[in-house]
Design a protein around this ligand. Sequence first.
Ligand SMILES: Cc1cc2nc3c(=O)[nH]c(=O)nc-3n(C[C@H](O)[C@H](O)[C@H](O)COP(=O)(O)OP(=O)(O)OC[C@H]3O[C@@H](n4cnc5c(N)ncnc54)[C@H](O)[C@@H]3O)c2cc1C
Length: 282
Amino acid sequence: MEELSKGFEANELRRGEAVTEVATNENGVKVRVGDGESTRGDYVVVAVPPSVWSDITFKPGFWVQKRLHSPYRFPQMGKNVKFLMGFNSPFWAGHKGPGFSTDGPINLVWESTENQAGSENEIALAAFSGGQDAEACEQWKASERQANYLHELGRAYQNANQAFVKGEFEDWPGAAWTKASYSFPRPGEVMKWGPFLEAGQGRLHFAGEHTCYAFVGYMEGALQSGLRIAEKLAKRDGILKNKTRYEQIRSLVVTGGKVFERRPTRQRITRRAAQRAFRRSW
Ligand SMILES: Cc1cc2nc3c(=O)[nH]c(=O)nc-3n(C[C@H](O)[C@H](O)[C@H](O)COP(=O)(O)OP(=O)(O)OC[C@H]3O[C@@H](n4cnc5c(N)ncnc54)[C@H](O)[C@@H]3O)c2cc1C
């Protein structure tokens, strides 16, 4: 964030303020923040997760939003939580490592400090849960949470309790700015929402990991979506003359493990040609 902000003038970037309204028409856009102040511009890129879209008034609304009914109104977001734990000794001595996977409320544990330089008595583990198990961890009372996590860890490692120093619960679904972890498209949702998220609506555009199905749920997806929108707007404004990288990728057809340039309809690769190419590639 600090690095990105260097590209802006001091007063261009506003942090810690919630956008409450986004109004677009054929002439431009108007974005209102919490204190009621508005900013005008040519385009707006909505990069907040769908789980918080309903905190913003969009004028006009989305066409998909109007057609779908709750809970299918917005692209599905997931529920994941983590408990980050600090230990002062490798309590798993005698075992290969502290990582484990269970069918209890903690789905996965791994060592985040693995292979990192630093003191041997500063060990960090991440305990990760998703879906209903994440909900179960969220519902634990704050005063009982640490004991519950250590109890679960203790099922595999008896000495974990003694080595524990401190823990911190990271609850993205419970955080006001995210209200979810990362996106998990439901069956049918990619076709329902995908074209809309890619095309946007007039001067309204979308970015964020939920708009990049190649890397949905990952940082890479968020970064690629930003690049896609930046190139799209730069091309529209004549700053970028050539095909964007995104257009170049879209003009390629991946068939049978090989990449072909997309051809005019009549010369499109037939199923049989694709099968031949696939056999040749082995
Ligand atoms: C538990 C967990 C584990 C993960 N593990 C990995 C991993 O191992 N590898 C990986 O690559 N990715 C991982 N991710 C996913 C990664 O964090 C996300 O894909 C990435 O952060 C998405 O970036 P984004 O910009 O789309 O959205 P976000 O990072 O959610 O950014 C959206 C921003 O919008 C802001 N915002 C919300 N509402 C408003 C408003 N009204 N006005 C103004 N701003 C607003 C929020 O404050 C936030 O800063 C993980 C995520 C979670 C929750």
